[in-house]
Design a protein around this ligand. Sequence first.
Ligand SMILES: O=C1C[C@@](O)(C(=O)O)C[C@@H](O)[C@@H]1O
Length: 228
Amino acid sequence: MEKYPLVVLPVDDKDLEKKLSVALDYGIDMVELRIDQFSDFGEDYVLEKAKLVKDYNLGIIATVRSKEEGGIFIPDEERLKIFEAVAGISDILDIELTSESINKKVIEIAKDEGKLSLVSYHDFDKTPDEDFIQSVIDKAVSLGADIVKFAFKVNSYEDVSRILCISGKNRDKKIVAIGMGELGRITRVAGFFFGSVLTYTYIGKSFAPGQIEAKKLMEELKFYGLRS
Ligand SMILES: O=C1C[C@@](O)(C(=O)O)C[C@@H](O)[C@@H]1O
């Protein structure tokens, strides 16, 4: 997974094959399986969808997003079982820093399978101050995360600069820096110039405020020389 910057398409299980075909046409690199948004959490069902993604030769970030950070309530033991079931077919497992009862175990599952772990932190209301953001990064790294992601609601231009600057200060780590909302849109492209390694897009249904539609995002990345 050393081909950074990467473009990631979050998906649920609706119209999956159609989205995968379009993603391939656009040159999208990876799919984020938002398993928390699937109609069925059964291991066989989830694996069947993951295998479909692999048939299209797309990378997989697997996550079962917690209710607290934009997903739905699924008991921790069930979430762990899902992560264990998909770890072998996935490239990256994404678990929240705030999912304290299982995040270390998910990181361990990833490592045992020779995959990458991504520890994420979302705030859908605000962009915290610099010290808090740095503490999120430091805690995630101390847990053993290979990649640290923070996604904050942007309410001002100062929020945008704070997200990008803190990313730039942490270039020695693999960081994903995202500003959510209309004002944060710029971070989904400019973030790459500040060391961010992934950006998320959408086809049809957006999974978060301020995402840039896939065709437009790929055009913008090409315009700024981030994509050939
Ligand atoms: O953490 C992120 C980023 C995201 O919230 C976004 O703002 O694009 C979309 C989520 O699906 C993903 O897990």
